[in-house]
Design a binder for this molecule. Structure first.
Ligand code: HEC
Ligand code: HEC
Ligand code: HEC
Ligand code: HEC
Length: 349
């Protein structure tokens, strides 16, 4: 584990229950922080420790076929003790495989796997060509092993109980863009429980505005990017007057993730800490908007705060530009303050 992840975990543990509950919210079912996973009788050939959270892996072909050969999760991903016992769920497993590395790892054991199955593979390709399999992957002539075999993917789960109890609400339902308004033809789609913007010419920028308005709030956006896409989130804005934006991913440097701009220009806060961003994986940007004060944290390290004299409430607006893909896994929000809520604060137009 990199010192970065270790540091984040400790920083997080110190920040109190609200942010802690937020990070218990990710996709797979998280046990209560204090409950230790049960100890299996024979750890060497048992996936029990991993199933505690990765429930859906129990029926996946890659898992099942290999477990029968005593090839456990740990054989492929490493023992991953720190990942497993990280109640904040921020430490990665020991060994991960990018898309380009999958084939090489499989053929270590499966030299020419289809020698006796040419006809089956051909029929399979014809049946599934260009369509999504149950694992959400499309089957094409350049598919990798795990596109065709198994459902070895993280399934998005609803918000964990702890997070709900702590007042967090997920703004993504994982199926469609309910609650959001996208400008036409701008490439937002829902894919495997996540929302993604595919930005390319002639679209200059993709925007996605919340239907609800928010005054004071805690907000957490968990994201990843591919390519040279730039993205940010407008706070208390409106499509015609977006206002203040926290950069989520930025091309040049500065500004870097977590920097704050006003009307897309003035940098009210600049994050110079490049090390806080995990360019390969998921990152969480956490924003607190309380009165005029906006505080920004990235992977739970505080970047800073700005005081902004803008509207007291408005919508949240995701913004992406450049060229590439911007993927958001989770947007959680918690309203602050005791103002008796107008019926869900919804604005119709
Ligand atoms: C305490 C709960 C918990 C346990 C136990 C656990 N995981 Fe995870 N794991 C998670 C969460 C939460 C994620 C994040 C899901 C995501 O990124 O969508 C995750 C993600 C992963 C990923 C993908 C990481 C990435 O960034 O792509 C791998 C691989 C993984 N776990 C392997 C394992 C293995 C192997 C074990 C058993 C040795 C294990 N996990 C045990 C909670 C757990
Ligand atoms: C450490 C060695 C090892 C690695 C790495 C490995 N496998 Fe296997 N796999 C086996 C063994 C052993 C079997 C059972 C014997 C067989 O069917 O080939 C098996 C079985 C399978 C089966 C079931 C075959 C059947 O007869 O139904 C599939 C599918 C499979 N592996 C795919 C993969 C994929 C995809 C990868 C890469 C993600 C992978 N394997 C990585 C060793 C390995
Ligand atoms: C285009 C889809 C596709 C891709 C890509 C693919 N497979 Fe397969 N594979 C199949 C089909 C279909 C079969 C035959 C049905 C079955 O046995 O599950 C098969 C069979 C197998 C078998 C069982 C062979 C046997 O003789 O019983 C193994 C092992 C296997 N694949 C491993 C792999 C590995 C490793 C990779 C990547 C290097 C891979 N597959 C890539 C579709 C695919
Ligand atoms: C034979 C080796 C092998 C075994 C056994 C194995 N994995 Fe994996 N795992 C992989 C590879 C390779 C990938 C990357 C697959 C891809 O990106 O298509 C992966 C990806 C993952 C991911 C990320 C999926 C995503 O959506 O990004 C998770 C989570 C995961 N594994 C958990 C587990 C758990 C839990 C177990 C045991 C129950 C396990 N794996 C067993 C090889 C293995």
């Amino acid at each position: 584990m990199s010192p970065l992840w270790r540091g984040l975990r400790h920083a997080l543990a110190a920040t109190g229950p609200a942010w802690a509950a937020l990070l218990l919210a990710p996709l797979v079912r998280a046990p209560a922080a204090e409950s230790e996973p049960p100890k299996p009788a024979s750890p060497a050939a048992d996936n029990g420790l991993c199933y505690v959270c990765h429930l859906t892996m129990q029926t996946d072909e890659i898992t099942v076929k290999h477990l029968a050969e005593e090839i456990t999760c740990a054989k492929c991903h490493g023992k991953s003790d720190e990942h497993m016992h990280d109640e904040m769920l921020m430490t990665k497993p020991d060994r991960l495989f990018g898309r380009k590395q999958v084939e090489a790892m499989c053929v270590e054991c499966h030299d020419d796997p289809h020698a006796a199955k040419q006809a089956e593979v051909k029929a399979f390709l014809e049946e599934w060509h260009g369509r999504d399999r149950p694992n959400g992957r499309a089957v094409t002539a350049t598919s990798i092993c795990t596109d065709c075999h198994g459902t070895h993917v993280v399934a998005r789960q609803t918000l964990a109980k702890q997070a709900e109890a702590a007042g967090w609400v997920s703004l993504l339902n994982g199926r469609d863009l309910t609650g959001w308004k996208a400008s036409p033809d701008d490439g937002w789609k829902v894919d495997r429980g996540r929302i993604a913007a595919q930005v390319r010419a002639p679209v200059a920028a993709a925007e996605l505005w919340s239907e609800d308005v928010y005054a004071d709030f805690l907000l957490a956006v968990t994201f990843r990017r591919q390519g040279q896409v730039k993205a940010g989130i407008w706070l208390r804005g409106q499509p015609a007057a977006p206002g203040l934006r926290v950069e989520i991913v930025a091309g040049g440097k500065p500004p870097l993730t977590g920097s704050v701009s006003v009307s897309g220009q003035v940098l009210a806060l600049v994050n110079l800490r490049e090390d806080l961003l995990d360019d390969e994986g998921w990152n969480t940007l956490a924003i607190e908007a309380r009165g005029g004060r906006i505080t920004v944290r990235l992977n739970d390290a505080e970047i800073g705060a700005v005081v902004h004299d803008g509207p007291a409430e408005g919508r949240l607006g995701l913004h992406a530009e450049g060229h590439g893909e911007f993927v958001v896994r989770e947007i959680l929000v918690q309203r602050l303050g005791s103002a008796p809520a107008a019926p869900a604060g919804r604005v119709t137009d």
